[in-house]
Design a protein around this ligand. Sequence first.
Ligand SMILES: [Fe+2]
Length: 414
Amino acid sequence: MEVPIAAMTFAHPVNVMSLASWQPKSKRSHISPATTAHRNLQTRLAHHHHATPASLPMAICNTVDKVINRFIDLPEQRPTVDPRRVLSGNFAPVDELPPTSCHVIRGSIPSCLAGGVYIRNGPNPQHRLPRRTHHLFDGSKVADVPILSLQKPSVMHDFAITERYAIFPESQLIVNPMDMVMRGSSLVGLDRTMVPRIGVLPRYAKDESDMRWFKVPVFNMLHTTNAWEEADGEEIVLVAPNNLSIEHMLGNMELMRARVDMVRINLCTGDVSCTALSPESLEFGVIHQGYVGRKNRYGYFGVSGPLPKIKGIRKLDFDLVGSGDCTVGRRDFGLGCFAGEPFFVPDNIDGYGNEDSGYVVCYTHEEDTGQSWFVVMDAKSPELDIVAEVQLPSRIPYGFHGLFVKQAELLAQQ
Ligand SMILES: [Fe+2]
């Protein structure tokens, strides 16, 4: 089998694996550079790899950053922003690859993946080690829509949608540009006095005056997994990893712990409840993309390895909420082997009961040998059986978010 792949270097580089040259009789794969055709595909990748024009506040921040970078030698770096530490090991940049053949060393690529492209973004800078600070989450993200009813300028990294509403999280992570400039402190800080809230805004509202905020104590969400409406639209249900120790994102990310919660908000009574779905530390949850904004049953999450690396995958059944542990599928990659966010690719079997018919895919990396693989797992099997494994000719740096674009979707972009 032939599988093209490429390592790209953007501000947040994207590793692209194309399964365009699918040849079932051959056990070869090959890797090729990605093209700009992928730029229109990044709904999931957008919040780590964004190309919109900078707003005025962002332009000011960038200018201040350049001045500081140009004229000031900073004192000793904090570990989380020291580029020599943050961009080391398998977080270090890699060069682009020309088209390269590689082996499918185990199983075979399922037909629903044939002709598609797997894209994964990561923290590497476009250029070699930056002189100044570099946090793993640094990038060129720009908020396009200001939300003025926040208690403070909160870090809003992701949001959810239902059929009629957009759902915004307001966490205890706040932005302090003046503190950074005047006192040299971090741009992002923690305000423990704030009670996290969730904002619910009708999707077609002209402005945010219709936003309703609901307090959800100790719910610090960075990424959403899914949200939907129940009880004829009276209730909003949100599934998301809740960062229980979000302060460590600023100091020692390895200590971050995330618990997948189901939050229920009654729009009539204002009642809010929050129920844990798993005892493990899980992040980077994905679902069948056809269920975004609609009630769904299954989610696939990375197991903190520690974060942002993940050491395995857990499949949760949301219908088991209240049981204490909704885990119905699990795979651990083994000692010293880690991955980034998984992605679920359906196998085109539609209809009730088939939400989990398909495959969970991701890159894995073994730290002792430096070897990386593209792994395809059967999402229906309790042990998330590996049905295909492609040995890659280059180390693939750890990343955050993944996206698989099917052949039909690629063709529709052209
Ligand atoms: Fe993210």
